[in-house]
Ligand binder design. Structure first.
Ligand code: PMP
Ligand code: GLN
Length: 467
């Protein structure tokens, strides 16, 4: 097969997500790999989408039987919440007004400053498009952008696709200090995982960060809070350190906050980069309906920032995407409006926190020490005590032309022999930092209890391999 791929794509391989899910399905493994909820969207969300697609004509002719003798007016007797005309055509390029207005109101409250729906908001095809878009909109060839490893796997390729260079700064592991040497994660004191390390052990060294800035070249820094894959919550103090560097070197901060509503007690409120004094003007915040409302297939994302960032992003968006699915934008707008009445955010946190503790207890019990996450729906676990036949796995894959690092060998073995699919976290690291993931594996816990229970049963098979 001739290689028709443009030079800018050389060296890229198929990303792990779909492949791992397909492999897991083929093997009949329990899938705690790719992060998507196993449950369906709540009725109040789906209702919004159905109504937006159907409109009142449909509702009157199909969904609701009109009594004999009623008038011919197709809208008579039809609940008024159905739009008169279905919303199946293009909408405003920068975002459907009902959604843009809701996002503006929501962030006016969250950030404590007035967000203008017309100039401060852009709706994208998920946060993934926002990542591509912001790099295309703000980076020139030869520029640099800082990525904190481990990082979502599309940051670096998008920076490169803009002709710029990703510069990687690793989070390092620091064990807790203080009298009780405990991390700030609230779990039942009697629970075995109360003694486990937490995601707060992954810390950013601000001096290393500042040293990675090349004056005149560095334009952007990506910060992901709550953090995938660790579940770390950057504190206000940590964000302020980053903010100070951004202000000093005139950098834009891309604050990827797609897991913004998944934060576990004792933390009640996510620290927001854009609300730090002096930061709104240089921060673009990303959110995702896929994460917030457990509809990863809807691909609706939002970007909030100053016009100096949002307008260039829009210029790129109008020629590459134009507009994002109208009925789904409409449904997300209703979902944001209706979420409080359904106690949605509090229920999401309660549910995920229970699942976090359930999975962490199992991992701890079988000898895969978890770093109990403070946010998001992933947990990293330490695999260093597992004596699995690494050489055999590596040789087997070598024969198929694949060179595996330890974390990949472990993840493949876990899926093939133990029957549980998980992510090898080196995919979140740059080549120079991949070694930091050797003894780690990432599980996601946004799964029904039956799936977590099935994984728990299978993970018992690890016991004979634990040192
Ligand atoms: N950022 C992070 C940190 C993520 O984990 C994801 C998950 N896919 C995304 C961005 C992309 O979000 P979306 O599904 O809205 O494109
Ligand atoms: N964000 C999800 C994860 O980290 C999935 C991303 C994707 O499938 N592209 O698991």
């Amino acid at each position: 097969m001739s290689n028709r791929a443009a030079a800018r794509l050389h060296g890229y391989q198929t990303a792990i997500w779909g492949e791992l899910t397909a492999m897991s399905n083929r093997l009949g493994a329990t899938n705690l790999g790719q992060g998507f909820p196993s449950w369906d969207a709540e009725p109040f969300l789906k209702d919004g989408a159905i109504k937006a697609i159907a409109g009142r004509d449909y509702a009157s002719s199909m969904a609701l039987q009109r009594p004999l003798g009623s008038t011919n007016n197709p809208n008579s007797g039809v609940p008024t919440q159905f739009p008169v005309v279905p919303l199946n055509q293009y909408t405003r390029s920068a975002g459907h007004m009902p959604l843009v207005n809701r996002v503006a109101d929501m962030y006016t409250e969250i950030l404590g400053c007035k967000i203008d729906p017309m100039t401060n908001v852009l709706i994208t095809n998920g946060a993934t498009q926002a990542i591509f878009n912001v790099t295309q909109a703000l980076l020139n060839p030869g520029d640099e952008a800082i990525v904190i490893d481990p990082a979502y796997d599309s940051y670096a390729p998008c920076i490169e696709l803009a002709g710029a260079k990703p510069v990687h700064v690793p989070l390092t592991r620091v064990e807790p200090h203080g009298p009780d040497k405990k991390n700030p994660v609230l779990v039942d004191a009697h629970s075995p995982i109360a003694q486990c390390p937490t995601s707060a052990e992954f810390v950013l060294d601000a001096e290393v960060l500042e040293r990675s800035v090349t004056p005149g070249k560095t334009k952007l820094i990506f910060v992901n809070n709550p953090h995938n894959p660790s579940g770390k919550l950057f504190s206000l103090a940590e964000l302020t350190q980053i903010a100070n560097i951004a202000i000093k070197h005139d950098l834009v901060v891309v604050s990827d906050e797609v897991y913004e509503f998944m934060i576990y007690p004792p933390v009640q409120k996510l620290a927001r980069m854009a609300s730090i004094p002096g930061m709104f003007e240089r921060t673009v915040t990303f959110g995702s309906a896929g994460k917030t409302f457990s509809v990863t297939g809807w691909k609706i994302g939002w970007c909030v920032g100053p016009p100096s960032i949002i307008h260039p992003m829009f210029l790129h968006h109008q020629y590459t995407v134009y507009s994002v699915a109208t009925p789904l934008q409409d449904a997300v707008s209703s979902a944001i409006a209706n979420a409080p009445e359904h106690d949605y955010y509090a229920r999401l946190i309660r549910t995920l926190r229970e699942k976090r503790d359930k999975l962490c207890n199992v991992l701890h019990d079988v000898g895969l020490t978890p770093f109990v996450p403070e946010g998001a729906y992933f947990v990293l676990a330490d695999t260093s005590r597992v004596r699995f036949p690494e050489d055999d796995v590596v040789k087997r894959y070598e024969a198929k032309g694949q060179k595996l690092s330890r974390d990949f060998a472990f993840a493949y073995w876990l899926m093939e022999e133990i029957g549980v699919a998980a992510i090898p976290p080196s995919i979140f690291y740059s080549p120079e930092n991949k070694h930091l993931a050797s003894n780690l594996v990432r599980f996601c816990f946004c799964k029904d209890d039956s799936i977590l229970d099935a994984a728990a049963t299978k993970l018992q098979k690890l016991r004979p391999f634990i040192l």
